[in-house]
Write a protein that binds this ligand. Structure first.
Ligand code: 5GP
Length: 145
């Protein structure tokens, strides 16, 4: 597994603000935004800010922050989309399905009557993605209140 960090990977560019994303949450250690090619409605990514390719490269503090944000955002996704279930996943290495070489966690709502769409396959309509982000942001706001 190659752990050399590529500073030009797409999440590094998002973290530097060089390309846009539908951000739902940010704190000092993490950011969360909608997956641009969601496997289901509400598919959200949690990305530690630390420059780490995969879970093995991430510091313990980074891992703690990532799981804290993942739990917080997953609660909001669950409230916003009311899915039948919710998968949380994290891939290490191309052989495991990792396509972006910056560690991240997938929050994927699961609906009993729907099969998952392909991984990193079809771009979502930008307006729909924005509307989904707004639902998650509203749920986060409610949870913080
Ligand atoms: P991985 O395959 O590395 O576990 O997951 C990478 C995820 O990032 C995929 O689900 C893919 O759809 C998503 N993705 C790839 N490029 C972009 C992008 O430019 N913006 C956003 N928001 N998501 C992206």
């Amino acid at each position: 597994m190659n752990s050399q960090y590529d500073t030009n990977n797409v999440f590094a560019k998002i973290l530097r603000g060089e390309i846009p994303c539908n951000k739902v949450y940010e704190d000092a250690e993490t950011i969360a935004f909608m997956d641009i090619m969601p496997q289901s409605d509400g598919h959200t990514l949690v990305v530690p800010k630390e420059a780490a390719v995969n879970l093995f490269d991430l510091s313990e503090a980074g891992a703690e922050a990532a799981i804290r944000t993942t739990q917080r955002v997953a609660r909001a996704v669950r409230q916003a989309f009311n899915p039948d279930g919710l998968s949380i996943g994290q891939f290490n290495g191309a052989a495991a399905g990792q396509t972006v070489p910056h560690v991240h966690f997938h929050i994927v709502p699961r609906y009993s009557d729907q099969t998952l769409r392909g991984h990193a396959r079809d771009m979502q309509n930008p307006d729909l993605l924005k509307a989904h982000a707004e639902r998650v942001i509203a749920a986060l706001r409610e949870q913080a209140a």
